[in-house]
Design a protein around this ligand. Structure first.
Ligand SMILES: C[S@@+](CC[C@H](N)C(=O)[O-])C[C@H]1O[C@@H](n2cnc3c(N)ncnc32)[C@H](O)[C@@H]1O
Length: 299
């Protein structure tokens, strides 16, 4: 285990961002490549080292989680988010995507290949977005319609604030999907709810969708599986993971309060029969948020 901490320290020291969360993007980036959801160009040496260093701990942890591994949980959330997004695009309900905290994920590439007319803007902290742009350029993977910008989703003003960072890239007259994956539970509740208010306000002009994963408290305190995952995520991010809501209903109420018109939370088991998701004996540890904002009526 000490070698895991040494590895995490090295990864953080090598990063350009002060955020404790950024190393986790190397790990998830490695998982997406390993499962052919991203091209090898998005794999980083830090991700490979972290994944290998954490494997023994993850194998032990999975004995307490009905066999579910962190990698399987990541694949569940990634594939469900993909599907929600794909459906919204196929039904013409969104024509642009803003993925916040995209890290080294390959979703932007996959979606701009699959949906030729789609505008896909990814935003992350300056160091991570620079790294992503460099990796795409080096591998010749830049695509029309796919942009990677620097933003800080917690900033309320300044050049990295959401509205400012995307001004030139997102068209306020067209319906938009906002995605966050692997982000919300690293922020305290007031920061999350202010962020959701900013998202709902941004979607108000032309309407749109917010999709995200979320861990809730009820299950996390009750089930050994969820407790084990919480510990794994804390180890990962070298700090607290915030479980803001006891139950799905409270998260739903917070989304409506933030300005969304409708909100629904699903579990991996709700997708059985629709998606081929990693499946184990244990209970589900994640929820996927799908929250819609209707456009504001014009006077
Ligand atoms: C767990 S990683 C998830 C990356 C990607 N979504 C995935 O699933 O592979 C968390 C990401 O959040 C980004 N991040 C952390 N704080 C942020 C902030 N204030 N604004 C934007 N991105 C942030 C990190 O740089 C990192 O890329």
């Amino acid at each position: 285990m000490p070698s895991v901490f040494r590895t995490l320290r090295r990864v953080r020291a090598a990063g350009d961002d002060s955020s404790r969360i950024s190393p986790t993007a190397h790990y998830t980036g490695y998982v997406w490549v390993r499962n052919t959801l991203s091209p090898p160009a998005l794999r980083t040496p830090q991700g490979a080292v972290l994944f290998t260093a954490l494997q023994p701990a993850m194998r032990v942890a999975s004995r307490f989680t009905g066999g579910l591994t962190l990698e399987q949980m990541l694949l569940q959330r990634h594939q469900i988010i993909d599907r929600v997004l794909d459906d919204a695009i196929a039904r013409g309900r969104v024509t642009q995507v803003l993925e916040i905290a995209g890290g080294m994920s390959g979703r932007g590439l996959r979606f701009t290949r699959r949906h030729r007319e789609l505008v896909y803007v990814e935003g992350d902290l300056p160091g991570m977005s620079k790294r992503k742009r460099a990796a795409l350029t080096k591998a010749g993977l830049e695509r029309p319609g796919h942009r990677v910008v620097a933003l800080d989703v917690l900033a309320e003003r300044g050049p990295l604030a959401l509205a400012e960072a995307i001004r030139e890239h997102v068209d306020p007259t067209r319906p938009l999907a906002i995605v966050t994956e692997g982000l919300v539970n690293y922020f305290p509740q007031d920061a999350v709810e202010s962020m959701w208010r900013r998202f709902a306000a941004l979607l108000a002009s032309a309407g749109g969708l917010y999709v995200s994963d979320l861990h809730t408290r009820g299950e996390s305190e009750y089930y050994a599986t969820s407790r084990a995952f919480r510990r794994a995520l804390e180890l990962f991010a070298r700090g607290s993971v915030h479980l803001h809501y006891e139950r799905e209903e409270q998260a739903r109420a917070a989304l409506l309060d933030a300005g969304f018109t409708r909100a629904h939370l699903s579990r991996p088991r709700d997708w059985r029969g629709t998606l081929e998701l990693p499946r184990t004996r244990g209970e589900d540890v994640i929820r996927i948020i799908e929250a819609w904002r209707d456009p504001e009526a014009r006077a």
